[in-house]
Design a protein around this ligand. Structure first.
Ligand code: CDV
Length: 315
């Protein structure tokens, strides 16, 4: 039986600071309906999809910080998305800011993504590991990137899990640049990696990098991760100028061969769709990247025991 999952990526245009959860969920439901009309059984929404990208600001009041976080999922506001998904038989990936109080009474804050299946049940959760930026505001910068201030490093690793007849995995934004992300998922046999991203077009800390390189590196990382692990990559951007900061679009669906199958053309709300054969990467995982047959981790140790850069030549 062919395992073809028709999947959509729903890119979002900017979300304003004063846009309510109800307004945002309306946008997501509209895109979910478009995706369904085009045959999609799964929709991937971006990182921190429910609010503006608040880590660009220093927020002083804890109440204001907390207003960007969800304490339950589904919540009253997000419940309609779960209901429409169930009614249409469409699963979805959703990024959001998660606040929870552990058994120890300590409150934790994570940059989180969930996968919800076609029955409206949460079938997987991931918490972002690679948090870019700083904990303290950097003087003289046009905007900040303070994820280290507002989030803890994710505590779930990179789990792959069975859902929608496939082996699914997730990562979030900056994670997509790290080969380890895909490889840890690849070692679990992942067939589809979903992710969302909020990436400013110009990075004030990389002055020497021109904007076109930003998009090149965005796609390069994901196409390499897809090919080297024989997995689909579905990537959803928050795009356009949000609260004065321009974010790159370039949302895309990449096949396990590393090929770009479809790419968003706008910087607004836009749905792209592809038929994803979950067996497409099997030949890659059984030949070139057959980990059992060819991966030689015990030999890598011979050169990686020494950490850090090669020392400068002795004078
Ligand atoms: N949200 C992100 O993780 N953004 C980073 C930027 C700040 C470099 C990214 O890797 O796209």
């Amino acid at each position: 039986m062919p395992r073809v999952l028709t999947a959509a990526v729903a890119q979002m245009g900017p979300v304003a600071r004063d846009e309510s959860r109800v307004q945002v969920i309306d946008r997501l439901i509209t895109m979910m309906r478009h995706a369904h009309a085009r045959g999609a059984e799964l929709v991937v929404f971006p990182e921190l999809a429910l609010t503006t990208f608040f880590p660009r600001w220093v927020l002083d009041s804890q109440d204001e910080i907390d207003s960007f976080f969800e304490t339950e999922m589904p919540s009253n506001e997000t419940q309609p998305l779960f209901e429409v998904g169930k009614e249409l038989g469409v699963g979805f990936h959703l990024g959001y800011a998660e606040k929870l109080t552990g058994d120890d009474g300590v409150t934790h804050y994570f940059n989180t993504a969930i996968l919800v299946d076609q029955n409206g049940e949460i079938s997987g959760k991931y918490r972002k590991v690679h948090l870019p930026g700083h904990a303290e505001p950097q003087p003289g910068q046009p905007h900040q990137h303070l994820e280290k201030r507002y989030f803890e490093v994710g505590d779930l690793g990179f789990p792959a899990f069975r859902s929608m007849d496939g082996v699914m995995g997730m990562c979030i934004c900056n994670d997509r640049r790290w080969p380890e992300t895909y490889r840890v998922l690849g070692l679990q046999g992942v067939e589809m990696v979903m992710l969302g991203y909020n990436t400013p077009t110009t990075n004030p800390f990389q002055e020497t990098e021109s904007p076109h390189l930003g998009m090149f590196h965005n796609h390069l990382s994901m196409q390499a991760g897809a090919y080297q692990n024989g997995a689909w990559v579905l990537a959803s951007a928050k795009a356009g100028t949000e609260e004065g900061v321009h974010h790159m679009g370039g949302s895309c669906i990449i096949s396990p061969t590393g090929e770009m199958v479809v790419q968003a053309m706008t910087e607004g709300d836009e749905v792209i769709v592809a038929e994803c054969d979950l067996d497409r990467g099997k030949y890659i995982r059984e030949t070139i990247f057959n980990f059992d047959a060819h991966r030689r981790i015990e030999h890598y140790g011979l050169i990686t025991e020494r950490t850090g850069a090669v020392p400068p030549p002795e004078k």
